[in-house]
Design a protein around this ligand. Structure first.
Ligand SMILES: [Zn+2]
Length: 323
């Protein structure tokens, strides 16, 4: 109602600037300020100006300002009403005092959902995490995506804290976005990406954070079909800039794949090199950081390797030392 009233006020102002006082007098009756509406007075004053601004009605002085104010006011009221209806399941319960009640409502909403977040914060073990990922991947392949974690409700739910159930170490390749191919949403996956899904100290530090502070119990290193970084490493040749550090990181895995031959993983040399690289990265994670090694040895953290097929969309586990 308040939105309508302000829109009405803006319309009335333009109309009253166009028509003689007689017409605007009648229209004024429609926009009398109501008790408790502190902003009504701002708009009630505007129609008093038309006499002096009649010739400037193409751009009436002051008309832009109320209109702009109305535009600014409409968005947050609209958003608040929408979020309120979605989260509380109520309708037509707009705030009585917007500026104060808005903050209160956000806080109230956060409180409500912190209880739900506590529920979703129950640790997900590695086996369950793998199951969720592969089930999500099957939904993605079948184009039966679940949008449940891509809503305003989910956004609010995770705004006070994150509880991802898996860490994905993936390639930066634009065709391999983890949230999409595993059909997950906001707050579900802790993702570290680089060309060739290789890791350095910064990436390991990021993973340590997710394990130590977020309680994630599964790391999946995800290679993919026709990975350009692995292919470049396989083909050799000179590379410039910092790209060399990526090639250098991938090379040991490619060398292993070459030594085993093209059928080492049941696929061609590029494919087997990608799988070898995922395994090498997984093993590096197991041994290069005490923060990760300890929970792995205690069985609280698992590291697996996986392979994504670009065309079919299928993700399959290629390395699962414990599971
Ligand atoms: Zn790649």
């Amino acid at each position: 109602m308040r939105v309508l009233k302000h829109i009405m006020a803006a319309i009335i102002f333009v109309v009253s600037a166009t028509f003689p006082a007689g017409a605007s007098e009648t229209l004024k009756e429609l926009q009398k300020p109501q008790a408790g509406d502190s902003r009504a007075g701002d708009h009630a004053a505007s129609p008093a100006e038309p006499a002096g601004t009649k010739k400037k009605r193409k751009v009436p002085p002051g008309a832009e300002k109320p209109t702009a104010e109305s535009s600014r006011d409409v968005a947050p009221i609209n958003t608040e009403d929408t979020v309120k209806r979605i989260l509380e399941g109520k309708s037509n319960s707009h705030p009585k005092k917007k500026s104060v009640s808005h903050k209160k409502k956000v806080s109230h909403t956060a409180e409500n959902h912190s209880k739900e977040s506590a529920h979703t914060a129950i640790p997900v073990d590695a086996e369950e995490a793998v199951k969720r990922l592969l089930e999500g991947n099957r939904r993605y392949i079948a184009e039966k995506n679940s949008a449940s974690h891509r809503t305003a409700r989910r956004r609010t739910e995770v705004s006070k804290g994150q509880h991802p159930f898996a860490i994905i170490v993936g390639c930066s390749d634009s065709r391999v976005p983890p949230e999409i191919l595993f059909d997950q949403g906001i707050g579900d996956l802790f993702v570290v990406r680089s060309a060739g899904n290789v890791i350095d100290d910064i990436a390991i530090g990021s993973i340590e954070y997710a394990v130590e502070h977020l309680g994630v119990q599964l790391i999946m290193v995800l290679g993919h079909e026709r990975c350009g970084a692995v292919d470049a490493t396989l083909k050799g040749g000179a590379v410039g800039g910092k790209l060399k550090s990526i090639i250098d990181a991938i090379k040991p895995a490619v060398d292993k794949a070459k030594a085993k031959g093209q059928t080492s993983h049941g696929c061609d040399l590029l494919c087997s090199s990608v799988k070898s690289n995922a395994r090498t990265v997984a093993e590096k994670l197991r041994t290069s950081s005490p923060v990760l090694t300890e929970p792995i040895e205690n069985g609280m953290l698992r590291v697996v390797g996986a392979y994504y097929e670009l065309e079919s969309g299928l993700v399959s586990l290629t390395y699962k030392p414990v599971l």
